[in-house]
Design a protein around this ligand. Structure first.
Ligand code: NAD
Ligand code: G6P
Ligand code: MN
Length: 444
């Protein structure tokens, strides 16, 4: 069977070790000959790389391993790039979250002003990696989940329209897993779903079991009271901030009795509550630095110290959920499985009453020639209105980055449903410009 070569861009990411473990556990369906890590911060990457080298030697010694900060070395002879970079890393995420909160506005990694700020850093990082890939391995696919995926996808559409990048998110998968638990279905893949939206901005309009039975009434009834908080989710030991997010969906379930909203809609539909649940002194970035980042880096150091992975004491925070959809996607591309997956793609008529050039999140069939988006048809006025507003925000950010336009970025912030007025938008923008001076183009 053909064996594949993979580079992980953002090798120093907290997700890298669990993705490597996931790849190793799935070589029966995605055989590998090479795993490479690439990061532009070699010191950070080294901690992760040393542990990954030990894990690979232990589990699949025949797979070649390399960690590098040299793009040519990283991107030569690869079939897939799994991209999860974070330009500015977690300290910049902290500012993205805290600056809007100063003005009583949602402070979040991918939604509202925080997501806009992050996009202005992320766009050149992802484009740079895409260019390396196309230069050194023009037939490779980039499976990108670097955030903010919605705006990054729009930037790739505008700037590299013919590139082999596929943008994807794990949130709908996590939601589907919890909905399956609520419906008493053992595996989310045993549900047939209809879903549409933008990334971190979507709705399920139909959920059925394999016999065609409608599961929506049962799931909706539970979610009106508990949101996504299934008993299994509560047992998983998630942090309170995530439990809040999963639960708060219950407050807007009845806004549309025919759909189920994705978790991230809370930032747009109940921003006041989202802000009330935030602590400007201690946001999600702080939590991630104190918990996931610390845990993963400690675990990696422990593996390196002991020289062994099996039987280690500290956990790797391996999130099967997060890693599995990436393997599913690579597997579908490699073996032409035509698996149905939710991807972020150009609309081109799939949602008939939304512009062709919007990057939407919809079901697609994935095979060796790429993806085929499925048809959604007309969506209701409520969702259409929300999506058009948010899509305009996303397009304005990309235009602002390309044109170095202060006005367009101000418009983007003003148009975001999370921001109450143009004057507050301007204050936030001016603070963000100062905080991002090392990353953003100079705006005029
Ligand atoms: P992290 O800060 O731990 O790691 C990111 C790494 O990217 C760092 O080591 C950094 O040095 C590196 N990097 C930054 N700019 C780079 C560049 N230009 N080229 C190469 N490497 C670069 O971040 P994390 O918390 O592990 O998250 C990683 C990314 O994955 C984030 O963008 C996050 O939002 C995203 N993510 C997306 C999804 C999704 O659903 N789409 C899910 C989880 C995480
Ligand atoms: C979900 C989203 C990702 C996001 C992540 C944040 O998985 O789909 O896009 O990056 O949550 O998680 P964190 O634990 O870093 O707050
Ligand atoms: Mn996501």
């Amino acid at each position: 069977m053909r064996q594949f070569s993979v580079v992980i861009a953002g090798g120093g990411s907290t997700y890298t070790p669990s993705i490597v473990v996931m790849l190793l556990n799935n070589t029966y369906r995605l055989p590998l000959r090479k795993i490479k890590l690439y990061d532009n911060d070699p010191e950070r990457q080294e901690v992760i790389a040393k542990a990954c080298e030990i894990i690979i030697k232990e589990k699949n010694p025949e797979i070649e391993f390399l960690a590098t900060a040299d793009p040519e070395e990283a991107y030569t002879d690869i079939d897939f790039c799994l991209a999860h970079i974070r330009v500015g890393k977690l300290p910049m995420r902290e500012l993205d979250e805290k600056i809007p909160l100063k003005y009583g506005v949602v402070g979040q990694e991918t939604c509202g002003p925080g997501g806009i700020a992050y996009a202005m850093r992320s766009i050149p990082g992802v484009i740079e990696n895409l260019d390396y890939m196309e230069k050194y391995s023009p037939n490779a696919w980039m499976l990108n989940y670097s955030n903010p995926a919605a705006i990054v996808a729009e930037a790739a559409r505008r700037l590299r329209p013919n590139s082999r990048i596929i943008n994807i998110c794990d949130m709908p998968i996590a939601c589907e897993e919890h909905m399956a638990e609520i419906a008493g279905i053992p595996d989310r893949k045993e549900m047939d779903v209809r879903y549409y939206g933008l990334n971190h901005f979507g709705w399920w309009s139909d959920i059925r079991d394999k016999q065609g039975n409608d599961l929506m009434p049962k799931i909706r009834e539970y979610m009106r009271e508990h949101g996504y908080l299934s008993p299994q989710l509560l047992a998983q030991g998630n942090e309170q901030s995530w439990l809040d997010t999963y639960e708060m969906v219950k407050y807007f379930m009845d806004l549309d009795p025919n759909t189920i909203p994705e978790t991230y809609l809370k930032y747009y539909l109940i921003p006041d509550m989202a802000v009330a649940h935030s602590n400007i002194e201690h946001t999600r970035a702080n939590e991630v630095m104190e918990v996931r980042e610390k845990k993963v880096f400690e675990a990696c150091r422990e593996i390196t110290r002991s020289g062994a992975y099996e039987g280690m004491k500290v956990g790797l925070d391996s999130d099967e959920n997060h890693a599995s959809f990436i393997v599913d996607l690579a597997h579908a591309l490699a073996f032409n499985t035509k698996e149905r997956m939710l991807l972020i793609v150009e609309n081109n008529g799939s949602i008939s009453n939304i512009s062709d050039d919007a990057m939407v999140e919809i079901p697609c069939l994935v095979g060796s020639s790429g993806y085929e988006p499925l048809t959604i048809g007309k969506i209701p006025t409520f969702q259409k209105g929300m999506m058009e507003e948010q899509n305009a925000v996303e397009k304005l950010v990309v235009e602002a980055w390309i044109e170095h336009s202060y006005t367009k970025l101000w418009q983007a912030l003003t148009l975001s449903k999370t921001v109450p007025s143009a004057t507050i938008a301007k204050k936030i923008l001016d603070d963000l410009i100062a905080a991002n001076k090392d990353y953003w183009p100079e705006l005029h």
